[in-house]
Design a protein around this ligand. Sequence first.
Ligand code: SF4
Length: 239
Amino acid sequence: MKAKKMKNKLQIKEKNFLKTKALKIISILEKNYPDAGCSLNYSNPLELFISAILSAQTSDHQVNIVTKRLFTKFNTIEDFINISQKELEKEIHSIGLYRNKAKNIKACCKKIYEEYGGVVPSKMEELLSLPGIGRKIANVILSTWFKKDEGIVVDTHVLRLSQRIGLSNQKYATNVEKDLMDIIPKDKWYIFSHLLIKHGRNICKARNPLCIECNISSLCDFYQKISENFSKKIYLKLK
Ligand code: SF4
C-alpha cells in the first residue's frame, strides 16, 4: 500500500514536471513562430479534407501546388465520385502514394455522399469510419475547420520532437497523442502541434537536428544526452 502511494506520488510529480516543461516550450516557440498554423490551402471542409489525405508523407508545399490546379477543376463531392480513378491519379501523380490516396479520396467521398448527406462529418467517430482516415487526418479536420479540440495532430514532426524532447517515450503516434493530451492544456492542443511542426521543419530536422541553433535545447532530453556524452568524451581525453 505504501509502495503504491509512493508510486502514485512519483507519477504525479513526473506529470507536473512534463506539464511545466511543455508549457515553457509552447511559450518559447510561440515567440519564434507567431504565424504557426495549418499551411495547407483550402477554402471549404472538403478541400481541407482532400488536402489532408494528400499530405501524408508529402510536404504541404507540394500538396498546395497540386490542389491549386485540382480544385479549379474538381470542387464538389460529386466531382470526386465521378472522376475516374485513373484520371484522379493523373491529377495527383506528383504526390507520393498517389494511387492509394486517389483510391481513398474516391471511397471517402462516396461514403460522405451516401451516409453523411455530402457534408464532411464533424465528429471524430464519423471521420474515423471513413476509408483510410486515422486520428491524424481527423484531428486536422476537427481542429482546423471545426475548431474542435478532440485530440492533437501527431504527424512525423510532432512524433519525432515529442520523443526527442522527452514529452513521451511511446513509439507509436496514437500513444504519443495520449501522453500529450495528458500534459498539455486543451486550449493549446492546436497550436502545440503546429509549433512543433514548424520547429521540426526549421531546426529539429529528422536527420540533422540543429541543436546549436535551438532555443528549447535546455528543455530537451536528447540535447542533454548528447551534451553529457560530449562532456564525457572531453573528460576522458583530458584524463
Ligand atoms: S535541442 Fe536538438 S533535438 Fe532537442 S528540440 Fe532542439 S533541435 Fe531538436
